[in-house]
Design a binder for this molecule. Structure first.
Ligand code: DC
Length: 223
């Protein structure tokens, strides 16, 4: 069998990216964290397209797409996001980016800009992509589709621990509020909302650890 195309969608902090990364290694396929692309655009906008009133100027952002070069480079086995040839993997995880990314990701122009990039990467097969609209819009013909969920408290705890480990200062309540707001914007937006594809397998991993979730997903994949 050809190497599979796998779509993993779901709510923020359900472990989609870290789980996908390990599954990719186990299956010998590539992993693409599509959220990083939206975060990369958001970081660019914060750096370059801020009005005097401190708001992101969308028209300026859309007009700047031709200046944006987003690529993933292989740094010792890890795919790391480079924006205009600079490693921005740390910058895209800041609170500033988290606070704006859903607003940026709901713009049709932004989604159109990133759609082709994502689809072209899957043409040769052998890829696992995680995001919000992979099974529904980006790769509707994926060989396998999964939809991850977990309780809001468990997701907040995971995201909080991740931020603390990255050396950021925050508190659990702030993290929870950000997740709730993002989930709401992501699920309610007009274009490509966060939604389980009809034929996706739903996995609630509130009480599963990372390895258990990985094994569960792999149990559905024919070797
Ligand atoms: O997975 P993440 O938290 O890094 O994603 C950041 C934001 O990007 C999230 O709030 C929703 C958006 N996103 C999206 O709209 N579509 C995707 N395929 C991936 C992410």
């Amino acid at each position: 069998m050809n190497k599979p195309v796998i779509a993993i969608d779901g709510f923020s902090s359900t472990g989609k990216s870290s789980i996908s990364k390990i599954i990719a290694k186990r299956l010998g396929i590539v992993h693409l964290d599509t959220g990083a692309l939206y975060r990369g655009i958001t970081w660019f906008a914060i750096q370059n397209c801020i009005d005097d009133d401190q708001k992101i100027n969308l028209e300026e952002l859309f007009a700047s797409f031709k200046l944006i070069n987003l690529e993933f480079r292989n740094d010792e086995g890890e795919l790391v996001l480079y924006l205009n040839h600079i490693n921005v993997s740390k910058e895209i995880r800041t609170k500033e980016v988290a606070d704006h990314v859903s607003f940026i990701a709901k713009q049709k122009e932004v989604r159109d800009f990133l759609l082709e990039t994502q689809q072209s990467l899957a043409l040769k097969g052998g890829i696992i992509m995680d995001g919000r609209d992979i099974g529904t819009v980006v790769l509707p013909n994926a060989d396998y589709k999964f939809f991850l969920t977990a309780s809001i408290d468990e997701r907040s705890r995971r995201r909080y621990m991740e931020m603390i480990c990255l050396g950021m200062t925050t508190d659990l309540e702030t993290v929870k509020e950000n997740l709730i707001t993002r989930d709401k914007i992501d699920s309610e937006r007009e274009i490509a909302p966060l939604k389980k594809a009809d034929n996706a397998i739903e996995i609630d991993n509130t009480s599963l650890n990372k390895n258990e979730t990985i094994e569960k997903i792999l149990s559905f994949i024919k070797k």
